[in-house]
Ligand binder design. Structure first.
Ligand code: NAP
Length: 417
């Protein structure tokens, strides 16, 4: 057995199972909260110890997600402050909620993962002994559930990361490290939104409206809807993204720049403003019918844009249909016209990431080549902040991004200037 060096430079991998004392991480500190490009910086920190049923993973590539845009901004949650209040001493945040890598050390009691296994990592953890889980709750609804690399420290933007054994899934062998690292968070979230809330699941022939069709979630959602026989209609903000959505299987795309009724609903007593808003929403609905080629409303509206779009989502959703939402990129203070909920019996459903079965299901679809992970670009580890900055400014390329940590440099796609 070789003895560990204190630290291995990036690109040099220790002998299998040898764990150094220290590692490089692209991390955030409270005094750097702000634009992601400067909030993330490469620093040296200790490799975290592992406990019962935990696994230390050598990170090959890490996926980029919007949650660490929020972490970098320090808003709406100061993630470091929140953890310190819980009694955790670290004054830094190692983000990253998606990864591919190699299991490098296993704690006592670990099941189904061995040192040397190639794995991808799922972003939610929970206490398997929590009373609600013992009573049969979906672990994603457990009070013990939290997001690794966002609410929890020691995420994937580091040479090593620490996870629970049940967060490890076998890496699809046909995928590169970076493709394997980029899709699980968005793919599994989209899978649960579209298939996890019966009876409002995608059915053959059902129109489904997908906001941000060329984004991380949207690119996965279009493919899932297509795979289950539904008719995906994307919303985008430029022609190139519309083309991407069509290539992924969308029936067509709506350019949201053609409309201006976005944001919160006007005061209900302001008849003129309300009439203007209704006109905007109605025009948007007509455009949807044009794209679809028939006058049918979406059975499911796939939401994550939030404040700007939710009133329109509820307006265009079919009677007894569902608006399913997992985020609020444009804001959280979204208005609901309750009449649409009760008179038209629509459902507004919150959805958050995915349980292990749903993670395995989307991974299987990707492993079988039925769903493309939509890797857009793989940046260097030092560009972790830049990747999040592009996402923050909505200038990132369509699909899902990754950064290479221990993986060798791959052929890169062009980034926007
Ligand atoms: P993304 O790759 O940035 O895609 C989001 C897309 O939304 C963008 O491409 C953009 O497309 C569109 N968009 C941005 N602002 C908009 C606005 N004001 N109105 C309408 N559309 C807008 O991000 P993502 O990975 O898909 O994540 C999207 C959101 O979901 C984030 O807020 C994220 O935190 C959340 N999320 C939550 C979970 C969960 O488990 N709860 C999981 C994943 C993501 P166009 O400009 O082309 O329209």
């Amino acid at each position: 057995m070789s003895t560990a060096r204190e630290l291995y430079p990036l690109g040099e991998i220790p002998p299998l199972g040898v764990v150094p004392k220290r590692m490089l991480a692209s991390l955030i500190r409270r005094n750097r909260y702000g634009p992601p490009v400067s909030a993330f910086q490469l620093e040296e920190v200790p490799v975290p110890p592992i406990g019962h049923r935990q696994v230390l993973v050598l990170v090959m590539a890490a996926g980029i997600n919007f949650n660490n845009v929020w972490a970098a901004l320090g808003k709406p949650v100061d993630v470091i402050g929140a953890r310190q209040k819980r009694g955790e001493p670290e004054d830094f945040h190692i983000g990253g909620s998606d990864a591919s890598g190699i299991a490098w050390a296993v704690g006592p009691g670990v099941q189904h993962v061995r040192v040397g296994d190639p794995v991808i990592l799922s972003s939610c953890r929970w206490d398997e002994h929590a009373p609600d889980i013992r009573l049969g709750a979906d672990p994603m609804t457990s009070t013990s559930q939290s997001v690794w690399g966002y609410e929890e420290n020691w995420g994937s933007f580091a040479q090593f990361t620490r996870v629970e054994d049940f967060q490890c899934l076998p890496k699809p062998p046909r995928l590169s490290w970076e493709a394997a690292a980029c899709f699980l968070l968005t793919g599994a979230t989209a899978y649960r939104q579209l298939l996890g809330w019966p009876p409002n699941t995608v059915r053959p022939g059902d129109p489904v409206l997908i906001w941000g069709g060329a984004g991380g979630l949207g690119s996965m959602a279009i493919q899932i809807v297509r795979e289950y026989g539904g008719l995906p209609i994307a919303v985008v903000s430029d022609a190139a993204k519309a083309e991407t959505c069509r290539r992924l299987g969308a029936v067509g795309a709506i350019d949201r720049r053609d409309f201006d009724h976005w944001g919160r609903l006007p005061d209900i007593d302001d008849a003129n403003a309300m009439a203007r808003w209704t006109l905007g929403a109605r025009d948007f609905g007509r455009r949807l019918w044009d794209v679809l080629g028939e006058r049918r409303n979406p059975a499911i509206v796939f939401e994550h844009a939030g404040e700007d779009t939710l009133p329109t989502s509820l307006y265009v959703c079919d009677n007894a249909g569902m608006v399913v939402i997992c985020g609020g990129t444009s804001g959280y203070n979204a208005d609901v016209d309750l009449r649409l909920l009760w008179m038209r019996q629509k459902r507004l459903q919150g959805s958050h990431y995915a349980n292990r079965q749903q993670c395995l299901a989307i991974t299987r679809l990707v492993a079988q080549g039925r769903i493309d992970p939509c890797l857009s670009t793989a940046l260097s580890f030092a560009e972790t902040g830049l990747a999040h900055q592009l996402m923050y400014e909505n200038r990132h390329p369509p699909g899902n991004m990754a950064v290479l940590v221990n993986a060798p440099r791959a052929g890169l796609t062009e980034l926007p200037a």
